[in-house]
Design a protein around this ligand. Sequence first.
Ligand SMILES: Nc1ncnc2c1ncn2[C@@H]1O[C@H](COP(=O)(O)OP(=O)(O)OP(=O)(O)O)[C@@H](O)[C@H]1O
Ligand SMILES: [Mg+2]
Length: 288
Amino acid sequence: MRTISFYSNKGGATRTTSVFNISAVLAKNYGAKVLVIDTDPQANLTMRYMSYKTLENGGSYAWIDGISTIEDCFLAPQRMRKAVVKDAIQQCMFPTKNGEEPSYHNIDIICTRNKDMSETTLSNVEQTISTGSISKEVLNKVLAEVGDYDYVLIDMDSSIGPLNQMSLESSDYVVTPVHVDPNSKDGIPSFSTFFSERKSINNHLEHLGFYSVRVNGNDSYAKELTAELEGLLGSNLFDTYTKEASQANWSLDNGIPLCWYEPGCQIAKNYVALTKEILYRIEQKEEN
Ligand SMILES: Nc1ncnc2c1ncn2[C@@H]1O[C@H](COP(=O)(O)OP(=O)(O)OP(=O)(O)O)[C@@H](O)[C@H]1O
Ligand SMILES: [Mg+2]
């Protein structure tokens, strides 16, 4: 099992869109069994992956009632953790465009929130980690109980707080989407500091690199910055990038990853290429 965190210290970098689509490509094209863990209190990934349940409930998020969340997994007493984790793992069922029965494609999720949908959920966890009441090892303990997955992908928010520190300190790999804009470029040194601090605690952690996102081929600034990033990051910049495309939003809105929503479109192909490059980079790291 390989655990890959999708982390950027900038908001809106397409972490959630990436986890949504890359997990799907891993399952569809590589036959992998994938678990995604949503640790972002906004619950965007949770809502996208569980949208079929929402539809079943006439558009209401009441479906989340009773579901155990990642917070429950973290706060469970050790002797109960296995059962709580098992209970928290939900199958992702993808609706089809023409309204057929949703189908399961080997992707499971641990959701970030339950029925109250409060964004303050997980702040408990942040506090208990920072006061030392639970150790940062708790995510490792949860991962030890999830069962037999090829990949665990973690969606995170952009903070540098205890929860995200823990996610990186429990991961094998981290990968960083970077939007081609001045603020994102300026955030790269802070990312590198954050990564180095986590690596000093988890020396197993490897950064697979940065990939540019939402690139608009007609944008002269994006072209120049892309060239600058190539110089700045060298081999830490992926060859693959994602293009600006409305299909990315349509697929999120419908709760259907691009590889099933519209496999022939450019952005769907971008995610296939990105997944391939992630796997190639993992292979390279593991050979060395
Ligand atoms: N290729 C794309 N083209 C156009 N829009 C996109 C593309 N990919 C993602 N988006 C949109 O960009 C926005 C940011 O994406 P996303 O929510 O995945 O980023 P994030 O890093 O998870 O953000 P947050 O900081 O809110 O967690 C969303 O509105 C998403 O629908
Ligand atoms: Mg997100």
